[in-house]
Design a protein around this ligand. Structure first.
Ligand code: FAD
Length: 547
């Protein structure tokens, strides 16, 4: 085999449409499809889910050539899918084969609406579908995790893991790394309307922040993006593809983990479903769940690990009573504020129509910004925005990023295909409603500034008739949508509802960890992909140290 990379690519292309394929690094089994190896084989580590976290774990664990790793993904390969690699095409991916396309239960405090939650069902996971904004959050987010019973997760301790992943085009400094697998770019063409929005924020009195992943998040900024050479740079591209060149990594696609197999209180492997058939594979050291905030708790519950009453209700044998599984579900919220104006359409395929944002405080006494408005040079329609407006519009999307409402997810049946009941309990608290209302008002002030007033003809949403706080709160309940940052369902901590400890081991069990966004006890006050990478980097080190 003279050109390993070429052969692997050809091989992936050939098999990308087939279901249930095991992609093996050529050195170990030869460039052949070999499902039998997985069916009968044993691996040191089995990673369940090849999303943002799973791909980082696969990369780091296989750095030790003496360990074998199997990573199992429910979706198919992402390589060669242009709608995934082309930044501007991201919205085309929703409601396709690459999207789990969840909907929440009717939201009691949002006038009974069911809210769409796209999540990646493909190699790269939600990182193959996401907006590519690279945002870490505020230092106090992590200090707060540590205060909640998680030693080693304060900002000073996690900063080296953010830097470890990174290849920052702005160069190395106290806050940024270079030479890591993940490209972080500031070098892309800004849309003229986005430039005006940033200018208007400055005119309204907000400071410009050159680097919100640096000393402080506060102010308006142009986003740092996970793109490279104009293409999406997901964890599949940055971490998994290079690791697939190693002989000790195997990737199984179109295969869904049904449950973790246990011997008493020790994980011994998993049962997965491939082509409609159940298969078993053994883990010699550990099983690591990386299915994300929605599927990791489901895998636990289907394995008999969860709240006793809920498991018994569905006839699932209780292996370990762990009441916090699926609880503490929460998310960031957005409410669009849309203006009609003289806005050129987006044409640059390498840039998404959202590449500026701000971090703002609803109260100057808060330790960190609790609002993250997003600036789109397109109208951000939702199923709930009724009026057909010109595409020549822009959106100042109000955003609440320190939510206090908490919900849960629950099983509706004992089978892997039974849908989950997803209830984030959005806008339950007055604080969450007030944050959105205040941020809408701040966005209206920004839109009045000269840089935007020059191109704006009218406010479309909420609309000039919506003025009082009560009317704005009603608008928020009718229009709020997800910022796609669901976390918390396998939270890390040491209280009654904690699912994993500070080393990400499932409480009360051996050989089983959860390493993904679900372990965040509280959502950071920024996007969740960079924090997920950090969790996986730190998790990989913990796994290596305990081997
Ligand atoms: C539309 C959208 C836009 C977003 N925009 C941004 C953004 O711009 N910036 C940002 O920081 N964050 C963004 N996010 C959030 C961010 O992408 C997620 O927080 C992050 O990807 C979570 O990583 P994860 O590893 O926990 O889960 P995921 O990346 O979702 O990975 C889970 C993987 O596990 C697989 N899986 C699940 N169950 C099983 C099973 N039983 N067997 C096998 N495989 C399984 C899934 O198919 C998936 O591939 C966005 C998310 C979405 C959906």
């Amino acid at each position: 085999m003279t050109n390993t990379k070429m052969n692997r690519r050809d091989f992936m292309r050939k098999t990308s449409l087939a279901s249930g394929v095991l992609l093996v690094a050529p050195g170990i089994y030869g460039a052949s499809v070999n499902t039998a190896q997985a069916q009968t084989g044993a691996f040191d580590y089995i990673i369940c889910g090849a999303g943002s976290a799973g791909c980082v774990l696969a990369h780091r664990l296989t750095e030790n050539e003496d360990v074998s790793v199997l990573i199992i993904e429910a979706g198919g390969p992402e390589e060669g899918v242009e709608a995934i690699s082309t930044p501007l095409r991201l919205l085309e991916l929703w409601n396709t084969e690459y999207d789990w396309a969840y909907f929440t239960a009717p939201q009691k405090h949002c006038n009974g609406r069911n809210i769409h939650w796209p999540r990646g069902k493909v190699v790269g996971g939600s990182g193959s579908l996401n907006g590519m904004l690279y945002v870490r959050g505020h230092a106090t987010d992590y200090d707060n995790w540590a205060y909640q019973g998680n030693p080693g997760w304060d900002y000073e301790s996690v900063l080296p893991y953010f830097k470890k992943s990174e290849d920052f085009d702005g160069g190395e400094n106290e806050y940024h790394g270079v030479g890591g697998p993940l490209h972080v770019t500031t070098d892309y063409e800004r849309h003229p309307t986005t430039q005006r929005i940033v200018e208007a924020c400055i005119e309204a009195g907000y400071k410009f922040n050159e680097d919100y992943n640096g000393a402080d998040t506060e102010g308006v900024n142009f986003a740092q993006m996970n793109t490279k050479d104009g293409q999406r740079h997901s964890s599949a591209v940055a971490f998994l593809r290079p690791a697939l060149e190693r002989s000790n990594l195997s990737l199984l696609t179109n295969s869904r983990v049904k449950k973790v197999n246990l011997d008493g209180k020790t994980a011994t492997g998993v049962t997965y479903i491939q082509d409609g058939e159940e298969r078993v594979v053994t883990a010699k050291r550990e099983v690591i769940l990386a299915g994300g905030t929605i599927e990791s708790p489901k895998m636990l519950m289907l394995s008999g690990i969860g709240e006793r009453a809920q498991l018994e209700e569905h006839g699932i044998e209780v292996v370990h009573d762990l009441p916090g599984v699926g609880k503490n579900l929460h998310d960031h919220s957005l409410a669009p504020v849309i203006y009609e104006g003289d806005v050129p359409p987006p044409t640059n395929l390498a840039v998404i129509p959202l590449h500026a944002q701000a971090f703002m405080r609803s109260d100057p006494r808060l330790p960190a910004p609790d609002m993250q408005p997003l600036f789109f040079h397109v109208p951000l329609y939702t199923a709930d925005t009724q009026e057909a407006v010109t595409p020549s519009a822009y959106t100042l999307c109000a955003g609440g990023v320190s939510p206090t409402s908490r919900g849960e997810l629950r099983l509706t049946g004992p089978n892997v295909d039974d849908p989950l009941m997803l209830d984030p309990n959005l806008l339950e608290t007055q604080y969450d409603v007030r944050t959105i209302v205040e941020n809408i008002k701040m966005m209206r002030e920004v839109a009045k500034q000269p840089a935007l007033a020059e191109i704006t003809t009218r406010e479309i949403y909420p609309g000039p008739e919506v003025q009082t706080d009560e009317e704005l709160a009603d608008y928020a309940r009718n229009s709020v949508q997800s910022y796609h940052h669901q976390v918390g369902t396998c939270k890390m901590g040491n209280d009654e509802f904690a699912v994993v400890d500070h080393e990400l081991r499932v409480h009360g069990l051996e050989g089983l960890r959860v390493v993904d966004a679900s372990i965040m006890p509280v959502v950071p006050t920024g996007n969740t992909n960079a924090p997920t990478y950090m969790i996986a980097e730190k998790g990989a080190d913990m796994i290596k140290e305990s081997a």
